[in-house]
Design a protein around this ligand. Sequence first.
Ligand code: IPE
Ligand code: IPE
Ligand code: MG
Length: 246
Amino acid sequence: MGAQDSREISDQGKGPGHVAIIMDGNGRWAQARGKPRLFGHHAGAKRVREIVEACPDLGVKYLTIFAFSTENWKRTQAEVSGLMLLFRRYIQKEARDLFERGVRVRFIGDRIKLDSKLVDLMDELELMTSENDRVHLTIALNYGGRDEVARAARRLAHDVALGHILPQEVNEETLPKYLDTYVLPDPDLVIRTSGEARISNFLLWQSAYAEYEFIDTLWPDFSSEIFAGIINNFGKRTRRFGAVAI
Ligand code: IPE
Ligand code: IPE
Ligand code: MG
């Protein structure tokens, strides 16, 4: 067994440095209260601050959250435009606080389809927080794992055509450099709320060896206590990465 393997297996008992969350269940949360779906999205957005704030004490350096998928455009126009407005307001409202709390914000996903006003706000927030290092918050917005890999392949093909990289140099180390997540470590733990046990096109490449936690709680009810419980449980898992546990 190589040094790399023994180091990874001895990770048992360590917390997850990178947690990714599929924030699902806003619509059902609102429905249960006889309210429109957007009411649930607003309640869901309010939860994010508490979870980001809980990260440093839990040893979570990277938090990646799924806010809008490439498939979510299939929803009604009213819901989609309500969500887009919510994202804009959210950035305007939270930017200073995120900056002051040492949060470095990044966005992943395809920006092409997003409104230019929203994209400007995303760029500004990324720039404004670029020196921060307390927590790295990545927001997946118009993100799809397949779309990300396809866009990466397109840019890679372009570089091959230009002679910047040789076909035989395309491998597991070079391809991820073209992904939106190229500066991030792979997620150690992926949490999905709302009782659905599927990944819905989230971080397909990056989560090859992530641990998964599917919980019934709807996202607007997800508290820092629930989050802490999941992080503590993670330490009891044995990750093998295809090898044999020691
Ligand atoms: C997740 O909540 C938020 C987004 C996908 C934008 P949903 O809107 O999917 O809520 P449910 O799954 O319908 O309850
Ligand atoms: C996944 O939730 C996307 C986000 C949380 C942003 P969905 O509600 O869109 O996933 P499906 O449709 O239930 O698979
Ligand atoms: Mg859903």
